[in-house]
Design a binder for this molecule. Structure first.
Ligand code: FAD
Length: 330
């Protein structure tokens, strides 16, 4: 098999790259590993996971700096058009609430600074002004924090559906998809040869590596790129279908709590997961985050049961932020 360009990885970035390249007329093949499930069966040594294998990802323009805000703004401004062209909906522009102490949390700067710099429209509720609770009474933040509301088009997207939308449009423009794991990329006299776990060989003139956190593994690159790979923990708080209907239009939340075991907390309002249940998702950076340089250590982390003491901290924080919600499980 031959292509102008092989895109390795079919996640949030690889699927977008595949579409853009195909729509610009390149002969392009996307090779992406399928979803890896921890079902107790022995896995091959090259197995990879992904960062998007979930039901919701926050989108907002408020971020650490103006450059990120601009890039996010440009991406978000294309979502409705992508939905229309692909026929697949993935974007929920429910807005975003950002709660922070004035001055930021010591990790990220004061969110108002970035929003002012980039012209992001927002409504500000200073510390002690709880008027925001008139609209979102089920949430609770400390009185020491101001609350900023970034309106639509902030919100969240369904990452697997976004990838599906990109892939549909890429296919329509002539891209080929292969579900397989690349295990080696070899430079040849005329370009590259991409080798897969299923023993396929694809020759090409260029390779675009979009393997996310797994880009430095499986011999994809001539030398490692400078990237930090870390664990990310989330909890899912199950709510009843009635609560999901009531809270479903709540904004996403970025809660910049004081430094401690959990930092930079983010939440998504109730979303239906593949098991049919509705969950509020909460994630955070933590003092227990693990940093990886070897694939086998990443694999072991995915296969290990979560630390129960630590999960209890997540649960306590989730319940504190939603004091009136009767979670059926966390
Ligand atoms: C728990 C969690 C919560 C997050 N929340 C947010 C959020 O709310 N908002 C936000 O903006 N971002 C969030 N992120 C980050 C966001 O998900 C990532 O930035 C995004 O998924 C990165 O896209 P990517 O294409 O680089 O990597 P991925 O989405 O991981 O895609 C890479 C793909 O390449 C495949 N691959 C890897 N190696 C190979 C190989 N050798 N051969 C073939 N295929 C390969 C992988 O299987 C994967 O499918 C979160 C991440 C995590 C983990």
């Amino acid at each position: 098999m031959h292509a102008d360009i092989v895109v390795i990885g079919n996640g949030m970035f690889g699927s977008a790259a595949l579409r853009h390249l195909a729509e610009r007329g390149h002969t392009v093949v996307g090779v992406g590993a399928g979803e890896t499930l921890n079902n107790g069966e022995a896995q091959p040594p090259h197995r990879v996971y992904s960062s998007h294998n979930d039901e919701a990802r926050l989108t907002r323009r408020q971020d650490r700096n103006a450059a990120w805000a601009q890039v996010t703004g440009r991406a978000v401004s294309n979502y409705r058009e992508l939905e229309r062209r692909s026929g697949i909906s993935f974007f929920h522009d429910v807005g975003c609430l950002i709660a922070s102490r004035p001055g930021g949390d010591g990790v990220s700067p004061d969110p108002r600074v970035v929003m002012d710099e980039t012209g992001v429209d927002f409504t500000l509720y200073p510390p002690g002004d709880a008027a925001w609770r008139n609209t979102w009474p089920s949430l609770a933040f400390p009185d020491t924090h101001f609350v900023a509301h970034e309106p639509t088009p902030a919100g969240y997207l369904r990452p697997k559906r976004l990838i599906q939308a990109q892939n549909v449009l890429a296919s329509n423009a002539g891209a080929q998809h292969i579900t397989d794991t690349v295990v080696d990329v070899v430079q040849t006299a005329t370009g590259f040869c991409v080798h897969t776990a299923e023993e396929l060989q694809i020759t090409c003139t260029r390779v675009l590596v979009a393997a996310g956190a797994f880009s430095n593994f499986n011999n994809l690159l001539p030398s490692p790129i400078d990237v930090t790979v870390k664990s990310e923990v989330i909890v899912l708080g199950e709510v009843t279908p009635a609560d999901a209907a009531q809270l479903g239009k709540y904004p996403t939340v970025k809660f910049m709590n004081d430094p401690g075991d959990l930092e930079s907390i983010y939440m998504v309002p109730p979303v239906q997961y593949p098991d049919g249940c509705y969950y509020i998702k909460m994630g955070a950076n933590t003092t227990h985050d693990v940093f990886f340089t070897r694939l086998e250590d990443v694999q072991r982390w995915f296969e290990t049961d979560p630390d129960q003491v630590f999960l209890a901290m997540f649960e306590a924080q989730l319940r504190a932020l939603w004091p009136d919600v009767a979670f059926t499980s966390v």
